[in-house]
Design a protein around this ligand. Structure first.
Ligand code: GLU
Length: 419
């Protein structure tokens, strides 16, 4: 059998092929020469399976799609507080190349040029030369893609020849004392990152690396910590689609970033990384066919991030207890806060006594930290009530988290503070 996922992608691509609306970006001379007919779609799954359709091996420059990844490197290398000193996380409501600053002189967010030039200069450390930083960023983005990426020198040179506005933005941040190093170096480096060549397949893998929480699905290597992935996805959600981020979030609901060369990066946490490419842009600067494909994809595959998940009531399966005081609680699904809370209510319904309480975790695929803390504390309290608690935990889900029982209760509040 051939999985129908291929056909699904082909249908999506076919359904957008005839749309010739929009215009190829003109302001970077080299981009104006792009073939407007190209159209590509790629999906990457959490275990690294990549599906492609259309011109998926056609290379294009990342342009603004590079921004979430240099932001990720800056966060990883410098920490959130340092990055926030220079670049905030608020939507700007202005065009991508505007002077969008807050009252403290910080760039409004890292998805617009002024913020991205500033975050570029924060990737790595202060001791790096400009050349080291270029290497560092190219190497970092290659780790996201799971292969060695390279720069399209012609596009880089072409944008440098017209990049005065970006140089002015860098100089402005320097004037505000919020740019590391020299404005020229930051502008050149940022422009070079924008000129990195990728294809739709790379973009899907890079998106999935964010969507897994930082582990590349092909190389299985951790590129960024989980908190960085969460931060980047959050900012993509609110600021990723130029000036139509609100419309995008409500209609498509997939954290995304688009670029003026026509690429659209998507990353749906835990589910899928997406790369789409088609050079004609709408008035916001987003790929016309790229947006259409995402709209259909989201609708047909139920990928909207705000789709209501399975109700937590499904977390507790059938329960039975016999007259001789034997009680069974079957748990199933991910033990998030909501599902763990429900399980704890079932624990609470067992009156103190000397029953055997059997808690079965066989159908629990994962216990996030918050669920583990809550469930372990519940088990401890059942034991304190006098019950013998027996765990059926064939996959070691509880064991992974089990720590000294007596410290758990005191840690509960602290731990909930930093999840
Ligand atoms: N390199 C482009 C610029 O700075 C990127 C713009 C974009 O893709 O939004 O103008």
């Amino acid at each position: 059998m051939r999985t129908p996922v291929f056909d699904l992608l082909d249908q999506l691509v076919d359904s957008c092929q005839d749309n010739r609306d929009g215009q190829v970006a003109q302001y970077i001379p080299e981009l104006a020469d792009a073939d407007p007919e190209k159209l590509a779609l790629a999906l990457c799954t959490p275990d690294g399976r990549v599906y492609t359709s259309g011109d998926a091996e056609h290379e294009f420059t990342m342009q603004s799609i590079s921004k979430p990844f240099t932001y990720a490197l800056a966060l990883r290398d410098r920490g959130l507080d340092r990055v926030l000193q220079s670049v905030d996380v608020e939507p700007s409501g202005n065009a991508f190349n505007e002077i969008s600053l807050d009252s403290r002189g910080r760039a409004k967010n890292p998805m617009i040029n002024i913020g991205a030039i500033t975050t570029y200069a924060l990737a790595g450390d202060d001791d790096m030369t400009a050349g080291d930083r270029l290497e560092h960023v190219l190497d970092g983005l290659s780790q996201f893609a799971g292969r060695e990426l390279s720069v399209a020198e012609d596009v880089y040179q072409s944008e440098l020849s017209t990049g005065w506005r970006n140089l002015a933005l860098a100089a402005l941040m320097k004037g505000n004392d919020l740019l590391v190093g020299e404005p020229q170096d930051a502008m050149h480096g940022y422009t070079r990152a924008c000129a990195i060549n990728v294809d739709a397949r790379d973009v899907a893998v890079m998106g999935m690396t964010l969507a897994t929480g930082g582990v590349n699905p092909l190389t299985k290597k951790r590129v960024i910590p989980q908190w960085v992935a969460r931060q980047v996805l959050s900012v993509m959600t609110t600021c990723g689609m130029y000036d139509s981020a609100g419309d995008w979030l409500s209609r498509v609901g997939i954290p995304a970033k688009s670029g003026v060369s026509g690429g659209v990066l998507g990353a749906l946490p835990g589910q899928v990384g997406i790369g789409a490419f088609s050079p004609r842009l709408d008035r916001f600067g987003n790929s016309v066919r790229g947006v259409k494909i995402y709209e259909r994809l989201s609708h047909q595959l139920g990928l909207h991030i705000m789709n209501t998940p399975a109700p937590s009531i499904e977390a507790v399966g059938q329960r039975s207890h016999t007259s001789d005081g034997y009680r069974l609680i079957d748990l199933q699904g991910r033990l998030t806060f909501a599902t763990a809370e429900m399980a704890l209510r079932h624990f609470q319904a067992i009156p103190p006594g000397r029953d055997d309480v059997v808690v079965d975790f066989s159908l629990v695929p994962a216990i996030p930290r918050v669920g583990a803390i809550m469930i372990l504390e519940g088990l401890r309290r059942l034991r304190a009530d006098g019950h013998a608690v027996i765990l059926v935990d064939p996959h070691g889900r509880v064991e992974q988290h089990e720590e000294a029982d007596e410290t758990i209760a005191t840690r509960i509040v602290d731990a909930l503070d930093d999840v």
